[in-house]
Design a protein around this ligand. Structure first.
Ligand code: AP5
Length: 229
């Protein structure tokens, strides 16, 4: 069970394991997982006006402009039932987004509890992204192997597995990593000032990183949070 209105951010460079870890943690503590990347990809797949507007940014590995991203996140949060806790994955990506999120929380009389940043060096990130396969339907992430026999379909929902368009090209991957370098430090400084930033070594096994994250979460919420596992 989780405390009401828990708000948590998992940040880190592309390929650091934000998605993998956010999905697992959200399941374990009963929170919503909100990935701005997954939301954008949903719009792209569904060819909504927003999807058409953002497809070039996504393909090139460029950040979608702040006004579009912030408006989409605001709508998503407004759609949640009152007092539902959530984990943000891939937001904020700019200091402006972080400040807008602060304002969003203040307007809802909420506060941000914790920011976890997963650190992984560049070469390892490139290898992970080149090897990643994802489900087109439920966005479940796989490494360069899929547990069990590889059938080309998701073990969880049966959706078709594919490579993301921004994972297919080393140049695009390099550009995404460069953008992260450029924009992430002011965000980390911002949350460091609030005293809620925790950096985690993301180079170990998925299960080791999960354990490290759970330890930080458990320490932060001392006795008010239990895991569903
Ligand atoms: P987004 O979807 O957020 O992509 P990203 O930040 O590039 O991050 P990734 O999804 O690539 O990686 P991840 O850290 O989630 O790693 P994962 O768990 O998959 O954004 C995509 C695009 O959308 C952006 O480029 C931008 O255009 C737009 N966008 C999104 N949000 C935006 C925002 N706020 N503002 C503006 N634009 C925005 O793991 C990667 C691989 O590694 C997997 O294969 C996994 O199995 C493997 N793996 C994970 N952990 C480990 C481990 N410990 N050891 C070995 N392998 C591991």
């Amino acid at each position: 069970m989780m405390p009401e209105s828990l708000q948590l951010i998992i940040m880190g460079p592309p390929g650091s394991g934000k998605g993998t870890q956010s999905v697992a943690l959200a399941r374990d503590i009963g929170a919503e997982h909100i990935s701005t990347g997954d939301l954008f990809r949903y719009h792209e797949r569904s060819a909504t006006p927003l999807g058409i507007q953002i497809q070039d940014f996504m393909k090139k590995g460029d950040l979608v402009p702040d006004d579009i991203t912030i408006a989409m996140l605001k709508d998503k949060i407004a759609s949640l039932a009152d007092n539902v806790g959530y984990i943000l994955d891939g937001f904020p990506r700019t200091l402006n987004q972080a400040i807008s999120f602060d304002k969003m929380l203040t307007a809802r009389d909420c506060r941000l509890d914790l920011v976890i940043c997963i650190d992984v060096p560049g070469k390892q990130l490139e290898d992970r992204l080149l090897g990643r396969i994802v489900c087109m339907e439920c966005s479940l992430v796989y490494g360069n192997h899929v547990d069990g026999e590889y059938t080309g379909y998701c073990n969880s929902c049966g959706g078709k597995l594919h490579k993301r368009v921004d994972d297919s090209d080393k140049e695009v991957i390099g550009y995404r990593l460069k953008k992260y370098e450029e924009f992430s430090f002011p965000i980390m400084d911002h949350y460091q000032e609030y005293g809620i930033l925790h950096r985690i070594d993301g180079t170990g096994l998925v299960s080791e990183v999960t354990d490290a994250i759970k330890e930080v979460v458990a320490t932060t919420f001392k006795g008010t949070l239990s895991f569903n596992y």
